[in-house]
Design a protein around this ligand. Structure first.
Ligand code: AMP
Ligand code: ZN
Length: 449
């Protein structure tokens, strides 16, 4: 079955054609590890995970690279502010990132790589650009000459007349003023020990060259898919194209995929704005990471979404209801071809998860199907949805963490005493820790989600 994906480059949905039959190479711009990622970042990382899962569901072999930006303007600035080494800072946030992606059931990318470990590839790429005349050296660094790039700005649909001849050393700047940008920044007093020796001068890489070098080193000069949130279209991805294609003379990426932004109270959520919500904050508000993932699936990955606690709470309620229903369905059924085909059609249509989620509930309500077959079918869907629905372990007393068991027993006691408010509060507490209690008669069962 064909897979259609929206390509930012062409502004249309295109039928996916791989470079190599049966395989997909995908590069995802990863986190800048100077702070805890926020739930907006995780929206984009869940999108990456969904893309991978859709291809795997369609029997493709996916090779996925995600970088960790552990050296750039922001990480260096923060390590100076905190008075710790760059490595100490980035290790701390990388660890938190890894824990968070596991809790969101995001599959670990095959190459999860740090920029600082690919500096030789970046130097090589800059040297090529210097040799072939696309880059030039100034007193503060090596710059990319965008005037020399014939279709500079095509991804962001810039007009050639918009292009300025000035240059900028900052990694981030505005679309209204494209500039020659820094490939390599000569060392300054602020860089501390974070400098590398090169034939063109000691210093450190610009942010954009990092991704070009890491993508091409791990996946090849031309790759199938490159992703990020839509704030990366300009300048980051635009500059990645300019650098990579000027160095190789080949197309860098066939399909550019960008995720819609998440706002909080209609305001852009950004680490730099200090208005960001972490997964940990949600957890403290009794929302599990998987419930957050469920909520993300109810919107299309390209639509902008506005985060509200009410919406994510409703998603958590729906998830718990779903888990409860599935836990009561017997095992041993067979996935229903009619539903599998419908599901496949929806996810292959630019990953239409809102319709796929609606299909889950249509199936639950379909009286003509056996419960066992429904369970088997939804377990199959879950290979893409990633909600951990396929393994709904009913835990025996030994495998329930003691604090969960204590909470469940306290809840049972509250129920016996008809203290419904307390029983409810305890249920919420259990759910926020990733478990649910299902009542059956006078007994209760604990499941993990
Ligand atoms: P950063 O750590 O800032 O480099 O961002 C990592 C990824 O998260 C990038 O792909 C960004 O485009 C994406 N991102 C940042 N903020 C948001 C947001 N509010 N909503 C969705 N994606 C975002
Ligand atoms: Zn990148």
């Amino acid at each position: 079955m064909d897979i259609q994906l929206y390509n930012t480059l062409s502004h249309t949905k295109e039928i996916f054609k791989p470079l190599k039959a049966g395989e997909v190479s995908m590069y995802n711009c990863g986190p800048t590890v100077y702070d805890t990622p926020h739930i907006g970042n995780y929206r984009t990382f869940v999108m990456n995970d969904l893309i991978r899962r859709v291809f795997e569901y369609n029997s493709y072999k996916v090779i996925q690279t995600m970088n960790v930006t552990d050296v750039d303007d922001k990480t260096i600035r923060r390590s100076r502010e905190e008075g710790i080494s760059l490595h100490q800072l980035t290790q701390k946030y990388e660890k938190l990132f890894m824990e968070d992606i596991a809790s969101l059931n995001i599959l670990a990318p095959h190459h999860l790589i740090r920029a600082t470990e690919y500096i030789p590839s970046m130097i090589e790429l800059i040297q090529t650009l210097l040799n072939n005349g696309f880059a030039y050296t100034t007193t503060d660094g090596v710059y990319m000459s965008i005037e020399k790039v014939s279709d500079y700005g095509a991804l962001a649909h810039l007009q050639k007349t918009d292009i300025s001849k000035e240059r900028i050393s900052n990694d981030e700047y505005d679309k209204s003023n494209p500039h020659d940008f820094a490939l390599w920044k000569f060392k300054t007093i602020d860089d501390g020990d974070n400098v590398w020796h090169t034939p063109f001068g000691d210093g450190r890489p610009g942010w954009h060259i990092e991704c070009s070098a890491m993508a091409m080193k791990t996946l090849g000069e031309t790759i199938d898919i490159h992703t990020g949130g839509n704030d990366l279209i300009f300048p980051h991805h635009t500059n990645e194209i300019a650098q990579s294609e000027s160095a190789t003379g080949k197309a860098f990426v066939h399909y550019w995929m960008h995720g819609g932004f998440m706002t909080v109270q209609e305001d852009k959520m950004a680490k730099s704005k200090n208005n960001f919500i972490k997964l940990e904050t949600l957890y403290k508000q009794m929302i599990s990471p998987i419930a957050y993932r469920y909520w993300l699936l109810t919107a299309h990955y390209r639509s902008p979404v506005n985060f509200t606690h009410t919406a994510v709470q409703a998603a958590q309620n729906a998830l718990i209801r779903l888990i409860g229903i599935l836990a009561n369905y017997p095992e041993g059924g067979i996935a229903i071809p009619f539903y599998i085909e419908r599901f496949n059609t929806l996810i292959n249509d630019d990953i239409d998860t809102p319709k796929a989620m609606a299909l889950v509930w249509d199936l639950i309500k379909d009286d003509r199907r056996s419960d066992a077959d429904k369970r088997a079918t939804i377990a199959d869907f879950d290979r893409v949805l990633g909600l951990n629905l396929s393994s709904i372990p009913i835990l025996n007393d030994e495998s329930i963490p003691p604090e969960i068991l204590a909470l469940a027993e306290a809840r049972e006691e509250a129920r016996t005493e008809k203290d419904w408010a307390k029983a409810d509060a305890l249920r919420v507490e259990i759910e926020a820790r990733g478990y649910s209690v299902l009542d059956s008669g006078k007994e209760f069962k604990v499941i993990r989600h």
